[in-house]
Design a protein around this ligand. Sequence first.
Ligand SMILES: [Fe+2]
Length: 441
Amino acid sequence: MNEDIEKFFLDRGCLIEEKAIEEIERRGGINYIKKNEKKIDFTSPIFAVSNLPTVNEFSIIKEFHLDGYPGISESFVDLFKSRYNFLHSKLNERSKNHFFTPVSKLKRDNGQVFASGIVSDYSESKKGYGILEMEDEMNSIKVILPKTYKDVIIRDEVIGVSGQFSKDGTAIFAESVYRPEASREPSLSGSSVKVMVISDIHVGSKNFIEDSFLNMIDYVNTQGISFVIMNGDLVDGIGVYPDQESDLAINDINLQYKKLATLTSKFNNNVRVIVIPGNHDIVYPTEPQNPLPKEINALFPSNVMSLSNPVWVEIGERIFLLYHGTSIFDFLEAIPGTTMNDTDKIMIEMLRRGHLAPEYGKNLSFIPLKSDYYLIDPVPDVLITGHVHSHSITTHKGILAINASTFQEQTNYQRMMNFNPKPGIGTVVDTYDLSSFSVKF
Ligand SMILES: [Fe+2]
């Protein structure tokens, strides 16, 4: 393979230094060179690492940070307005032959109707027809789904329907339902950066599996991993659920973070660690959540970056969307027959709806922001969740979706609930081709 790279450069009149070959190998080898040929200057007789195009290894794309109360609305009207407007435009971008009209602008005539709206209510008739109420800001209409429609409707999601008006014009008999459907064109990145994805460390819990965590650090340090993502529930916290004290090995939250900071200092200095909060961390539980407070950040070594939940970052020219995953329980309740081991299906349902948490007012409490931060915008290459202590990897319409594993083994509560977590598994992603694999620690 090295010879291929050497020959490629020789054919263009330059000798390549060994260090430059190593860097090219790291970025994806000969395929990287072929893909980036136009960006490379072959004029110098000896080609060094510094002649390679610079790679954007990391940047923050969209982060939440609430200082005081700016951007907060008195009600959720603005938030739902921005949700509807954005997803309505996505529905219309996707559909080539027709335009979905907002409910309040529908004209009652005899032809076929294409309408979009937010689902404000959903029920099933005794005869098995799905009946929903679909609304925009000004008006609402009843939609009767065909008996054959088996897909799940989630309250507060934005959908498009096609069908016919009832004779009195008060309802639509729908033939089809359409969704915004987040998707990415499959592509190769300009660089190969390896990212370790884990979640739910729960340091401070008696059930934290420190040996596995240390094995994971050792793997990262020795196997060319450049980034580690810790997707929330970094520590077990204090008072998160009744009688938590009996499950704690460290019953001071600051000491729990100190312990995690000591552990993260074992990563090589050049490994960059991204941490976001979850429902067990020391930030308010209302979402979106700010990054960890300054005094906690100060405990960590400088290669640890503390970001919000959710957050969009770019690593190796790929967009990663990190969301801890509180809404997973809302999806579990809404989709019959799903269990905590169905996180792959649930992440697909998020992507289909273009939204991380469509249903309002269940397990998740939101800050009434002026715009909806939970829209899947921009569409990521990789969606990462955690929260339920399961583990899954799936791909949907060009998007890699990972439910990251935990480093807490089964708790008494989980035993009581008959849930078997899948702890101690790292997922490694290569940004070059979005390939991934799991490592059990
Ligand atoms: Fe957790």
